[in-house]
Design a protein around this ligand. Structure first.
Ligand code: 7RM
Length: 645
């Protein structure tokens, strides 16, 4: 199969930070041969109140990783104050575009610094101190960005819980890291949903979170909500009393910056912990190079801040680089399928970063929604979250980008903090669907199941990373043992990503997807075990097994095989109860697309469910089920195939 290669245009190379592959290669070699020198140089882009003593040290066996040890800095200072001090206070820092096209807001660096300082004082005056955990449960409103930076300013550790999560999920996340305060909003708006009961869901969670002392409530819609006196405080009332003078707290490079929960192979979400210095250096550096960010560019990442992409590439990376960053409250298909492109024209967006699932959903509505809008400001397009396939790549390139915008397909994870494998615009010839080459300082390897490195090109294996980089997570909150087990124990000496990949004849990386029990539904990571647990809570359910299947829009859909209690018959009601249980337990984004009731699941003699078989059936690859002789009862397979959904 020959793949068309798209070379960067002469124009895009001329002004790019990295303008050809030779320059990339030279810098890459430096970065991996002399990492201490390299990362010391890159850290100069950040303002430190005290210089570090040691650039890096890591031990992948014990899971001990440190960057810029001894260095001191404050993230909010780096994202705001220093730009103001440099005379750029009047530059727009944040453009907020509301769900309703008639609503938008702009914040200059001056204004954002004032808002952040005020809310930092609010937190302080309500007893939040350095090291305390603060949970943020909000939709995409400006106060979310303000709250994050306010935490960073005083050294509190934020833990953002995506606004679609259920109150049970919220409760568990708050309890896992014993958050002292919760910040939420009255109700939320998103697409056609105009009354998302954020405060109601928060109240339900907080009934069972003994660590929460205060709940701060942003008035977003003005819907009436109940406020518990003493505990609940209105954001606007507290802000009105607060001073805008709040000196940034000096932090150690290795002090925690935030926790972000992500799904793994077991039922319990993992609290990925990122620290201050290395994370900020890596987020800022990757943002500048991967998006070839130059002064004056308007940059929009469509992710939700509830996921890592929003943390690193709406807030921390762009603001550290004094970018103008756009934040969007709504969804791509409301009021119509042209919403993204209307926003691009409205704000003259130059750099646009989104997920393949959004592209697929828009692509099938036809080109007119795009062609109605000029999109002449666009220079660069990015994708993240899942493999991008040829149809949506071509559509993105030709229809959205008019054949003149480079596409950067960026591979990375919550755990990596920033982009790891990616083209550099201006330098890297693109093969559609390939994330191409490692970023500076990143040494990917492909491993066999036994953990042996696979050398050479034209090979596939398990994707692992050889040495630490500044943005790598430092631990799982409260469970360093699980951190070691999950990422380092299986293949000693490497960070194991959980993904499979191919390195083609030219050394390009192609990510093939997860090799563990984690699904990627619309770019959201969902653990099969979590969904199984939630289904299991529905009355009448005996057991559930969940696998992924190819889905036109979502990339992967969720396929649930469910066995019921002996005296229970499959019914609409049970089906509804299952969906409800998943919505309550996790959130609506984890609802199965297909539910197949079965009298038995395929199990080995030791009782392990053979997911391989369930996956094949869900994918409709029933001719290649493989060896089923180790099943305790091979006859269950026939029934499963016959009743396939
Ligand atoms: C940033 C983010 C991580 C998982 C990762 C992959 C998949 C992400 C790409 C991709 C193919 C890409 N963090 N993934 N980016 N697969 N090409 N460009 O998504 O923690 O939520 O998910 O997402 O499987 O392991 S995440």
């Amino acid at each position: 199969m020959t793949v068309k290669v798209y070379k960067p245009s002469v124009d895009s190379s001329k002004n790019a930070w990295i303008s050809d592959l030779d320059q990339y290669q030279k810098l890459y070699d430096e970065s991996v041969n002399n990492p201490d020198e390299f990362w010391a140089g890159i850290a100069e882009r950040i303002t430190w109140t005290k210089k570090w003593e040691k650039v890096r040290s890591f031990d992948f066996i014990e899971g001990n990783i440190k960057y810029y040890e001894g260095g001191k800095l404050n993230v909010a200072y780096n994202c705001l104050d220093r730009h103001v001090e440099d005379g750029h206070g009047d530059q727009t820092a944040l453009i907020w575009e509301g769900n309703n096209p008639a609503e938008d807001k702009r914040f200059t660096y001056n204004e954002l610094k004032d808002e952040v300082s005020k809310f930092a004082n609010v937190l302080k005056s309500n007893g939040i101190e350095k090291g305390d955990r603060v949970c943020l449960y909000m939709q995409m409103i400006p106060e979310l960005t303000v709250a994050m930076l306010a935490c960073a300013r005083i050294g509190a550790v934020h833990s953002i819980v995506f606004g679609a999560f259920s109150s049970d999920s919220l409760r568990d996340r708050i309890n896992d890291s014993a958050c002292k305060a919760l910040i939420t909003q009255d109700t939320g708006v998103r697409g056609k949903k105009l009354n998302i009961p954020m405060k109601v869901k928060a109240d339900k969670a907080v009934k069972e979170t003994p660590s929460i002392e205060h709940v701060f409530v942003v008035k977003r819609t003005g819907e009436e909500v109940s406020m518990e006196s003493g505990r609940d405080l209105w954001w606007h009332e507290e802000m009105a009393k607060a001073s805008n003078d709040c000196p940034p707290q000096e932090m150690d490079a290795e002090d925690p910056l935030f926790i972000l929960y992500t799904s793994g192979s077991t039922g319990k979400p993992k609290g990925v912990l990122h620290t201050t210095g290395g994370y900020l250096v890596y987020a800022a550096y990757t943002h500048e190079l991967v998006f070839d960010y130059h002064e004056g560019d308007i940059y929009w990442c469509t992710a939700d801040i509830g996921w890592i992409t929003g943390h690193s590439y709406i807030v921390y990376g762009p603001l550290a680089n004094r970018a103008t960053t756009v934040m969007f409250e709504g969804v791509p298909n409301s009021p119509d399928f042209g919403r993204f492109w209307e926003i691009v024209d409205k704000h003259n967006i130059n750099i646009f970063y989104t997920a393949p699932t959004a592209l697929r959903a828009l692509m099938r509505e036809g080109d007119d929604w795009v062609l109605k809008h000029g999109l002449s400001s666009l220079r660069l397009l990015g994708t993240v979250g899942e493999p991008i396939k040829e149809p949506e790549w071509n559509w993105y390139y030709n229809i959205v980008g008019k054949g003149k915008c480079q596409i950067v397909d960026t591979w990375w994870q919550t755990e990596t903090g920033g982009i790891m494998i990616t083209p550099l615009p201006g330098a890297t010839p693109i093969k559609p669907g390939s994330a191409t080459f490692p970023f500076f300082g990143i040494e990917p390897v492909l491993l066999t199941e036994e953990g042996k490195e696979i050398e050479g090109n034209g090979v596939s294996g398990l994707l692992a990373i050889k040495a630490a980089w500044p943005g790598i997570m430092r631990t799982l909150y409260g469970d360093h043992e699980r951190f070691k087990q999950t990422y380092f124990a299986m293949y000693p000496g490497y960070y194991f990503t959980g993904d499979g990949a191919r390195r083609d004849e030219d050394g390009y990386y192609w990510i093939t997807g997860r090799v563990d029990d984690v699904l990627n539904v619309s770019g959201h990571r969902i653990g099969t075990a979590e969904v199984e647990g939630a289904i299991g809570k529905a009355e009448g359910v005996a057991e559930a097994a969940v696998v992924g299947f190819p889905h036109d829009i979502k990339g992967q859909g969720i396929y649930a095989y469910v066995t019921l209690m002996a005296d229970v018959e499959p019914s609409e009601d049970i089906q509804k109860a299952i969906l409800k249980s998943v919505t309550n337990d996790i959130g609506p984004h984890s609802k199965p697309d297909k539910i197949q009731f079965t009298s038995a699941l395929p199990k080995t003699r030791s009782g392990k469910i053979m997911r391989r078989i369930l996956r094949k059936i869900a994918e409709n690859e029933i001719d290649s089920l493989g060896d089923i002789s180790t099943l305790a009862d091979p006859s269950v397979v026939d029934a499963l195939v016959q009743n396939r959904k």
